[in-house]
Design a protein around this ligand. Structure first.
Ligand code: CO
Length: 188
């Protein structure tokens, strides 16, 4: 908590009504600009502050743990995640130009439904996601990396990957039958 800024970073998150969110983001070239580095840090600080009760209430935030660059209006293939892996302990991920290497056949869904900082209304329904996946990506320094994620982290990564292609989780919910095929997948 000590490394967090004193004030909430000033980032403007686009709402689902904005057409920009439907844009397909473009590959990033290195080195990153100072502005990109600042935006990336601001997004992660914002997410961490949204998950800490004290700052969430102070700034009247909704808790979120992932953000894609397009959500702040910039169509670059970058997303960040801040994952509370243990009470009060957060791990940060900066994922640039990701490529899916492999996915599990097993599919899961988040029982209480997915959420998104760009979707400011309750949405019912299930979003099938791969239970595990392996990604290749570049870090902020431009080094190629590989990561394997599973369960809720894998769901979060797939949610953010979708943003890079202009897809919202609401697009993946069957409009007529939001709980369609529910028993085909494992709930987490
Ligand atoms: Co989202």
């Amino acid at each position: 908590m000590s490394n967090l800024p004193k004030k909430l970073p000033e980032i403007k998150i686009l709402d689902e009504k904005e057409k920009k969110l439907k844009e397909k983001s473009k590959e990033v070239t290195f080195p990153l600009s100072k502005e990109d580095k600042k935006n990336i840090k601001d997004m992660m600080d914002y997410l961490e502050m949204s998950q800490i009760e004290e700052t969430r209430e102070k700034y009247n935030l909704r808790a979120g743990w992932g953000l894609s660059y397009i959500q702040i209006g910039v169509p670059k293939r970058i997303f960040v995640m801040v994952h509370e892996y243990e009470e009060g302990k957060f791990k940060r991920y900066v994922i640039i130009n990701p490529k899916i290497k492999s996915v599990s056949e097993e599919m899961v869904y988040i029982a209480e439904g997915e959420g998104c900082l760009s979707v400011n209304r309750p949405v019912e329904g299930i979003v099938p996601r791969h239970a595990r996946m392996t990604l290749e990506y570049f870090d902020e320094q431009g080094n190629k990396q590989e990561i394997r994620v599973r369960e809720e982290l894998a769901v979060g990564f797939q949610h953010e990957l979708d943003h890079l292609d202009g897809i919202l989780f609401t697009d993946r919910i069957d409009k007529k039958n939001p709980f369609k095929d529910q028993n085909k997948y494992r709930s987490i």
